[in-house]
Write a protein that binds this ligand. Structure first.
Ligand SMILES: Nc1ncnc2c1ncn2[C@@H]1O[C@H](COP(=O)(O)OP(=O)(O)O)[C@@H](O)[C@H]1O
Ligand SMILES: [Mg+2]
Length: 352
């Protein structure tokens, strides 16, 4: 089998939001929402992006589509740097990459009919005739399982799941290659979440789509993603293919996150101990010195409080940023990487 092509290449991406203060509204600091992330997304794959609320997932997804002016780094999409693209280049790149939002209610204009919402990108980016546009809208409605007869209704007339289908149809209108799905099912009833996930998976197979699938729901990501990136306080701490990430996480933060999720494999579930993280997530405006996770890590070492660990390939295809995985550290007397037994654990506890 040939190695899949990289569709998206992100290098040291930073998105800092300025904080203004005082009478003159001068810049007094920055929220480092995304603070130097590096990863690839392979053609046709689903890369899951997980982490607690506020860790920078949405900002990362939006920055990838240049919905923000990024603060640093590069984003190559099919080789072209979108972070540097001119408005004209950006307009040409737009159709190839789209976003499906968390809240279909908020992202659909309530005064536009479904046909207009889905057809708007066609109006903006193509020279299709009115009849051709109408035909394409019907085709898109079929593709996402919406009844054509409802084309002239308004979003209010639809259920949450149907509204998300409208959002997906709109995202598909221009035949994108790459879609950022930002918590696409988080606002939906549990009973219809699976339907929307199945639809996204079917569309991926049929249309050869590549997804960045953002979610705080680790079980859902395990179901849908080929590889998973774990974010904490603006950085990716671990990235690995799904199976090894869930069965043998390397980073203490991933271990803690997963210890709070029930494992479908009883053998793994029995072996697993719950890790309690104490303390709050530090503010992204004032991250700790050294490793961002050092204030809450159950296995923190001295070096973690002064040196930010490098995000690097620690085993083939597995990336992590942690001094516990640093050979030179263990060799120089800080002790070998400790196993799960040494972690502070509590059978009843949960992550705080
Ligand atoms: N437009 C913005 N201006 C200032 N701060 C922002 C903005 N958007 C997000 N943030 C901050 O950036 C951090 C990451 O937010 P976000 O990317 O929404 O996280 P997540 O999607 O993982 O919950 C949070 O601290 C949030 O308050
Ligand atoms: Mg978010």
């Amino acid at each position: 089998m040939s190695t899949p092509r990289k569709l998206v290449e992100v290098r040291d991406l930073k998105m800092h939001f300025p904080i203004r203060g005082g009478l003159l509204r001068r810049i007094v600091g920055a929220v480092k929402a995304v603070d130097g992330v590096t990863f690839d997304i392979l053609e046709g794959e689903t890369l899951g992006l997980v982490g607690e609320s506020g860790c920078g997932k949405s900002t990362c997804g939006r920055a990838l589509l240049r919905l923000y002016e990024v603060s640093g780094g590069s984003i190559l999409i099919e080789g072209a740097d979108i972070a540097e693209a001119s408005p004209e280049e950006l307009r040409r790149m737009r159709p190839k990459m789209q976003m499906v939002f968390q809240d279909p209610q908020a992202s659909l204009n309530p005064r536009m009919t479904v046909a207009r919402i889905i057809g708007e990108p066609l109006l903006e980016h193509t020279s299709l005739s009115k009849a051709e546009r109408e035909e394409r809208v019907y085709e898109l409605m079929d593709q996402v399982g919406l009844n054509r007869a409802f084309a002239n209704r308004y979003p209010d007339a639809f259920s949450g799941g149907q509204r998300q289908r409208i959002g997906i149809a709109r995202a598909l209108a221009l035949n994108p290659r790459f879609i950022v799905c930002d918590e696409p099912i988080a606002a939906l009833d549990v009973s219809i979440q699976a339907q929307v996930v199945n639809l996204l998976e079917d569309l991926q197979d049929k249309l050869g789509l590549t997804y960045l699938f953002i979610s705080h729901d680790l079980s859902m990501v395990r179901h849908i993603a080929d590889r998973v990136a774990v974010m904490y306080l603006g950085k990716i701490v671990e990235l690995a293919p799904r199976e090894p990430l869930y069965s043998a996480p390397l980073h203490p933060y991933t271990q803690a996150l997963l210890s709070a999720v029930p494992d479908p494999d009883p053998a793994i579930a029995a072996r697993r101990q719950r890790t309690i993280l104490t303390g709050d997530v530090p503010s992204p405006a004032n991250p700790p010195k050294g490793c961002n996770f050092c204030t809450r890590c159950p296995q923190v070492m001295d070096i973690c409080r002064s040196v930010d660990p490098e995000f690097r390939e620690v085993a083939p295809g597995r990336f992590a940023a942690c001094h516990l995985l640093d050979d030179t550290v263990s060799a120089s007397g800080h002790g070998p990487g400790r196993g799960a037994q040494d972690q502070k654990t509590n059978q009843q506890g949960s992550m705080t």
